[in-house]
Design a protein. Sequence first.
Length: 306
Amino acid sequence: MAMIELDSISKRYRTVQALKNVSLSVREGSVFGFLGPNGAGKTTLIRILARLIEPTSGSFSIDGKAMHHTKRLVGYLAQQPTFYPWMSARELLRFSGTLYGMSFSEIEKRIDELLPLCGIQMAADRRIGEYSGGMVQRLGIAQAILHRPKVVLLDEPASALDPIGRRDVLTLIGRLREETTVFMSSHILEDIQRVCDEVAIIADGSIVLQQNIQALLGCHARPLMRLQFKDSFTASTCKALLADLSVENSIEEATCIVISETDYHAKHAKIMRMLSDHGLQLLGLYKQNATLEDVFMHHIKERNHA
Ligand SMILES: Nc1ncnc2c1ncn2[C@@H]1O[C@H](COP(=O)(O)OP(=O)(O)OP(=O)(O)O)[C@@H](O)[C@H]1O
């Protein structure tokens, strides 16, 4: 069932057309990645879903409710959240719960659930000003899901963090599946591939594609074979001989030849014979799985050429 439905959302800021007829469907219980380069329109769409700004045209629904009735159904974490540095996490969550209109006992019960879920129980009574970037983001997620929203909107939640901070935030986001539907933006492909089930790619205000990540990798990106040689001379000799066999190939890191898996299987016998005839000794043969980066670069390039 769709938790979020976007119907032809457009947004214009005076001279800038930030979103152009964006339509999307987000499945209930999914971690949905909204991927795009800087300036593509990610924050604009998230702010529309959080009801912080109005679309110029188009509409959306959350859990079947029309957009003017969705504010309480969402939690939101801004790209650069700022919290009172003199408050502790517990104080901030109590304060936020009051703003959400929750009862005192409800707030305390929820804080006891969220502090361990978000990995901040040990620091719950320390000043937020002393927190690391990763702790601030995890506290921000706790605040965003405090009132048990149907959807949590996370704007680049891990992009500004160091590798450990990113890992902890992404692990937490993966766990949110049991709590709520997650809609997160990022320009970091690896983060989206690590934690999301589905992805939509946005470029220049338009959706380029939307798909389940595994299906996307399966149908859009070709697996590659890497042939590893001992030196660059052997690799470049192989490169020329593969071209003679009409096998498209490229050299990586001077000693490695990359060809498509399809070509490898179709011409396996010829390739092996060529290597043997010319005394080109293989040190390794590896299959390289496609990554979301391959798909993303392919679509962004295609769009720029269109
Ligand atoms: N308040 C505003 N007034 C005018 N133009 C704006 C405003 N906010 C955003 N824009 C423009 O709209 C476009 C989309 O911006 P947006 O912040 O939504 O992109 P983004 O994908 O979130 O980028 P980033 O990854 O850099 O945060 C950009 O060209 C941006 O300059």
